[in-house]
Design a protein around this ligand. Structure first.
Ligand SMILES: C[S@@+](CC[C@H](N)C(=O)[O-])C[C@H]1O[C@@H](n2cnc3c(N)ncnc32)[C@H](O)[C@@H]1O
Length: 275
């Protein structure tokens, strides 16, 4: 059967990534938070592969953890801005490849990760399988996806807008939909972040933990996140049980090593080691 590629999704993201200023969109603290429980000592001198690397916003920070090699794979033209951003670091031992991640084959890496990608694939489980397939025996894999849990508000309000916005020219979506929506999003985030009293009623406030996380950042990051949500033609919100089933179904995973962590009340981090 002919494989259906996620080309439309990758093209949509390239319009996002290739129209940003150079450098990472994330702070180093955000990078560390995305990888915890992994830390520098787990990665130092190891070979690293990112599946769905975008403009290299994570890979550029990854250079500071001194891996032996870095490989980024993305299906879209964002590989252009990824190469540009990686060239601005002092790290030389890297390659950026334009390839579909689900069919990407290698001899294996010490760490394979995919952050913010699997939930945009037509078949997220194929992305998970690619994570495991490209991890060396004894190596680690790590992922982050949107959760079904904690995202009810987004699923009922943002998702219907995304289904229309993702069909429009990217600039229309960015400047005429994402930008106006980012204004109340930013206002809410800053309100939650700056008024300590709100902590007392946090269970009544939608996306409280997420707002505490994103409330650190400026308006352009809020707009980037809003645009990222709206530009993609494909999004799946994944439940804990689905991820547990993925982890449990693969016999090459060391089951003792696995973890699944609820992050910011609306996403899952998961990972483990290969036998
Ligand atoms: C939300 S971005 C995340 C980028 C990066 N991981 C980050 O956190 O900044 C999702 C990326 O996955 C890529 N992507 C989507 N489907 C893909 C596929 N089948 N193969 C490779 N890359 C894919 C998109 O092109 C896009 O750059």
């Amino acid at each position: 059967m002919k494989k259906v590629l996620d080309t439309n999704t990758a093209d949509a993201f390239a319009s996002s990534w290739n129209n940003l200023p150079t450098g990472s969109v994330y702070t180093f603290e955000q990078f560390e938070d995305w990888f915890a429980p992994l830390k520098q000592t787990d990665i130092q001198s190891k070979s690293v592969l990112e599946l769905g690397c975008g403009n290299g916003s994570l890979l550029t920070h990854m250079t500071q953890w001194n891996p032996s090699t870095i490989t980024g794979v993305d299906l879209g033209d964002s590989v252009l801005s990824c190469k540009k951003n990686m060239n601005l670091t002092n790290f030389e031992n890297f390659q950026v490849l334009q390839h579909d991640l689900t069919s990407f084959e290698s001899d294996g890496y010490d760490l394979v990760y995919s952050i913010g990608v699997l939930h945009h694939l037509k078949k997220p489980k194929e992305g998970f399988d690619a994570l495991i397939k490209n991890t060396k025996n004894g190596g680690r894999f790590h992922g982050w996806v949107y959760a079904k849990e904690g995202n009810k508000l987004i699923i009922y309000t943002v998702e219907p807008i995304r289904k229309i916005a993702s069909k429009l020219p990217w600039w229309l979506t960015k400047y005429f939909i994402a930008t106006p929506l980012a204004i109340p999003f930013y206002g809410y985030g800053k309100l939650i972040k700056t008024i300590p009293f709100l902590k007392k009623i946090k269970t009544n406030l939608p996306l409280y933990d997420y707002m505490i996380w994103i409330g650190e950042r400026g308006f352009s990051f809020f707009r980037h996140v809003a645009f990222d949500q709206l530009v993609t033609p494909q999004t799946t919100y994944l439940s804990k049980n689905e991820i547990l089933a993925w982890l449990g179904s693969n016999h090459s995973i060391n089951q003792e090593s696995t973890y699944i962590i609820f992050r910011n009340g609306n996403s899952w981090k998961f990972g483990g080691k290969k036998v």
